[in-house]
Design a protein around this ligand. Sequence first.
Ligand code: MRU
Length: 352
Amino acid sequence: MAPEPLRTLYWDNGSLFLLDQRLLPGQISYLECRSAAEVFAAIRAMVVRGAPAIGLSAAFGMVLGARHLAAEGLSGPALRQQLAEIAARLRSARPTAVNLSWALERMERKLEGAAGLSGAEIAAMLEEEARLMLHEDISINRRIGEHGEPLIPDGASILTHCNAGALATAGYGTALGVIRAAVAAGKRVHVFAGETRPLLQGARLTALELRREKIPVTLVTDSCAGYLMASGKVDLVITGADRIAANGDAANKIGTYTLAVLARQHGIPFYIAAPCSTIDLSLEDGQGMVIEERDPSEVTTLMGQPIAPAGVGALNPAFDVTPAEFITALITERGVLYRPGRAGLAELMGKE
Ligand code: MRU
């Protein structure tokens, strides 16, 4: 039997426990967060990463903030004002994935109906909402998997990038959820995991998840993608997303755009699997997306070792934007949207 999938995050006895993804695959260790500030630091340092997982973590960050404020005796407008400040701080931890703001907005909406409640009641109400979101995330991913499964032919050779798996969500995953659903439906698949420089989420996380479940996986360097597609070794590409604009342009891990262009060149379908919470209709297109720039030292070092001459400059954008025209279909919990565009996305977001 395959081992249980690793738990990305869980709430226990008033603390948030985050699987420290910086230490994977070598070490399985959980970091206990007891305050909103600790959750902020963990998101920023990428102890937890992946769009849905950082949103859920931030939601529990709000719960921790509310518990502390309630313990200090705060309630009413003073408590709500301080919680708004905590939400603003958490939101700034990573700028590209919209799921972070989405989760915090959902928590803030809960607060709107909390006028007559004590601090402790507000904290309890927020805890209930965060737990519900955690639970919902897994069922959303399973529905993404169900909708995406028919797109995976039996015997498919699949290229994925970064990690859009259980480790990027509360469980099951988005892009890897579709692959899991195909395997559960009895299909044979083979996955090429792009290593995903600079932080190697593909090598460290995607390869780990798939190996644990005995889903055949081969690790490739990011620069191998063109060769693989040109030699007919890839039937489809599937990735997650961090933010999808109203016209269908999608931000995801740096290197995704390259894969989409290559896929188009070779006539290979390019799919994005993402929950509707990743869709940001407030942005007209990908031009307005904020792309996180991370520390250049992530590029000039590899697992802590220098790999470039001291003092050399390096650029480290964490994401890129794939224009909608390169996306064959967007797979969501509400269904599959072929050639995602303005009208289709508006209709999808109007559906419940
Ligand atoms: O920098 P990361 O590791 O947070 O980037 C993660 C990705 O780009 C994922 O593909 C995306 O968040 C979707 S996760 C379901």
